[in-house]
Design a protein around this ligand. Structure first.
Ligand SMILES: [Ca+2]
Ligand SMILES: [Ca+2]
Length: 227
């Protein structure tokens, strides 16, 4: 790609680089593909959550095999926490999920759920009830306030300092049946994605500033290739 071939794209890239302002496209903030282990993810029932090296989507993945009457959650490590204000309204958290086996006693299945909490309060997102399946389902959760229930505090304050992000790992009420033949659930590819979109007015001013900068650079160096 060159300025000569794609002048507008090249100019926009120059604007972003020249101004130091984030470019207007999706960016992965944090990702866990579980190819090297659980990658810092923890659980309130650690004995029931184990890393599997192969058979994921692809590669390694996290597996929950129920062995108690508790309720198991999957807790995100530090790269998924902190100030998530940049996600507000445009970012997403996504993950691949499978309810591989319901188990022999099914007293009810609860829906997909993600919870956020911190000093600013607590919020939860509810999805559909997962089907029993050997296929991975891709779940995309938007960081839009309308998609969440704020159970305490307020949305902006929660996103400003997220100290806990957890994904529901346990879905089936297997009753008081023994520790065997209960549910199995797997998770892979947890991704935090930001989609910063500059406001139109700032784009215009940046284009003007960028054009001045680009003109200056082009006088000094006739052609710049970006591969
Ligand atoms: Ca994987
Ligand atoms: Ca269960």
């Amino acid at each position: 790609m060159s300025f000569r071939t794609y002048p507008i794209i090249a100019l926009a890239m120059t604007v972003a680089g020249f101004s130091g302002i984030p470019q207007a496209h999706a960016g992965i903030v944090a990702f866990s593909g579980f190819d090297q282990g659980l990658e810092g993810w923890t659980s309130n029932t650690p004995a029931e959550v184990k890393w599997q090296a192969a058979g994921g989507n692809p590669g390694g993945f996290a597996q929950f095999v129920d062995g108690s009457s508790g309720e198991t959650w999957f807790d995100a490590p530090a790269p998924f926490l902190g100030n998530l204000g940049a996600m507000n309204e445009t970012g997403t958290i996504s993950y691949d999920h499978r309810l591989v086996q319901i188990g022999s006693q099914n007293n009810g299945i609860v829906p997909l759920e993600v919870r956020l909490s911190g000093p600013g309060g607590q919020a939860f997102w509810l999805g559909t009830i997962p089907p029993e399946s050997t296929l991975w389902n891709s779940i995309v959760v938007p960081f839009q306030q309308s998609a969440w229930t704020v159970s305490s505090g307020n949305w902006d304050a929660i996103l400003a300092d997220v100290t806990s992000l957890r994904i529901r790992f346990e879905h089936v009420d297997n009753g008081f049946r023994g520790p065997t033949n209960r549910e199995t659930v797997t998770i892979d590819n947890v991704t935090l994605t930001a989609n910063p979109v500059p406001e139109p007015a700032s784009i215009v001013s940046l284009l003007i500033a960028g054009a001045l900068g680009a003109g200056y650079r082009m006088r000094r160096r006739k052609r710049i290739d970006v591969s």
